[in-house]
Design a protein around this ligand. Structure first.
Ligand code: CP3
Length: 344
């Protein structure tokens, strides 16, 4: 997949146009996804390699995206650590036994990756065999320790990750042990996904915007650096780092050592590039809400992002965050077509 548009661009070589894929491109906005979900709960889809593979391929067949992303969640790998996770209809993920104190952290185990998430590794093998035919690369992924900790401690998506932020300050030693366990889990998981066939990996730190700069430097950054370095030492694939709402720490992100940085819509691509001195290819950054309003303004926004992308060391067209369930299919086709034709 080295000569695919995605991997070339991830490595900093501009291709004939920006590659395009969308975060959460497999999901409820697709009728064929909803048909599967009507018969199978979320965790069953994730844990059944054939279903996960099928759902991963659905958006590729329909839109011809330049990359697939394996269908799983950032949270299911926590189940093997002893966490009771459920996806509650209409509410999102819920953890039944959140972490309250240091002893809860000591009880968490890091099981061998094959035993814990062998189902995702098997799905990756099915998907990559299929994607060879169209030379489409597959992206593997994992959640980053801060965002995972926020779910582990708060039990669900909490306002400003309050529990996690209180915990890191009150129980710094517990926090350190938790981060080290999560680093091991995430590193082994990402490396195993590459060994199973993934051509790139993305680390999602979706709730990182909740922390200020001093806490980022003290409680978060060292662990992110550790994971990215370990994955880069042990594999040859590009690593993408994605976080949202990180305007105040964006300038620090190149120090993490990732090949590519994801940008949400709160910064324009130009602002993001200026704040890091145009050091890395950027991935983003259409506001997913705009994708629910097909029409002239959406077209204009896509063209603006394509134009800003021309001034970067590389640009991968994506959304600023995951696609919304209310997104019309026509809007997705329209954006892909615009990038394919006008990105040249
Ligand atoms: O991008 C993809 O297509 C790959 C699959 C993927 C999912 N979750 C599937 C999913 C990926 C990469 C994720 C990552 C994820 N999961 C993140 C990081 C990225 C982000 O969006 O911030 C986070 C924070 C989660 C946790 C999570 N999982 C939430 C908050 C929710 C509920 C939100 C919702 O839309 O219901 C989930 C459930 C989830 N994960 C769904 C999908 C398709 C919806 C489940 C369903 O079918 O009902």
């Amino acid at each position: 997949m080295e000569d695919s548009l995605l991997i070339q661009t991830y490595r900093g070589t501009r291709g004939k146009r920006p590659p395009v894929w969308f975060m959460r491109q497999a999901g409820r906005y697709l009728p064929e996804y909803r048909a599967i979900r009507e018969k199978h709960p979320m965790l069953e889809v994730i844990r059944t390699p054939e279903l996960s593979a099928e759902v991963t391929l659905q958006p590729i067949r329909r839109f011809g995206f330049d990359a697939a992303i394996i269908f799983a969640d950032i949270l299911n790998p926590l189940i093997g650590m002893g966490i009771k996770l459920d996806f509650v209809e209409g509410e999102g993920p819920k953890i039944e036994n959140p972490i309250r104190e240091k002893s809860d952290i000591e009880a968490l185990t890091v099981p061998p990756v094959q035993e814990n998430v062998g189902y995702t590794l098997a799905a990756i093998e099915i998907v990559t065999a299929e994607l060879k035919k169209t030379k489409t690369p597959l992206i593997g992924f994992a959640g980053a320790p801060f965002t995972l900790s926020s779910y582990l401690i708060d039990g669900t998506k909490a306002d400003r990750a309050q529990g996690a932020k209180r915990f890191m300050v009150r129980e710094p030693e517990g926090w350190r042990i938790l981060q080290e366990k999560l680093c091991e889990l995430v590193t082994e998981y990402l490396v195993a996904q590459v060994e199973a066939g993934a051509s790139a990996v993305q680390l999602f730190d979706s709730w990182l915007g909740a922390v200020g700069l001093p806490e980022y430097e003290l409680f978060v950054e060292p662990y992110l650096k550790g994971i990215i370095k370990a994955v880069k030492d042990r594999t040859k694939v590009p690593v993408v780092f994605f976080a949202t709402n990180v305007t105040g720490i964006f300038h620090k992100l190149p120090e993490l050592g990732a090949d590519v940085i994801g940008v949400d819509w709160r910064l324009s691509l130009t602002q993001a590039a200026d704040s890091i001195g145009r050091k890395a290819p950027l991935q983003g950054n259409l506001d997913p809400v705009l994708l629910t309003t097909p029409g002239e303004y959406l077209d204009l926004s896509v063209r603006r992002i394509i134009e800003e992308g021309r001034e970067l060391p590389g640009h991968i067209f994506n959304l600023g965050h995951g696609i919304l369930p209310s997104t019309p299919i026509e809007a997705v086709s329209r954006v892909v077509e615009l990038v394919q034709t006008e990105g040249r």
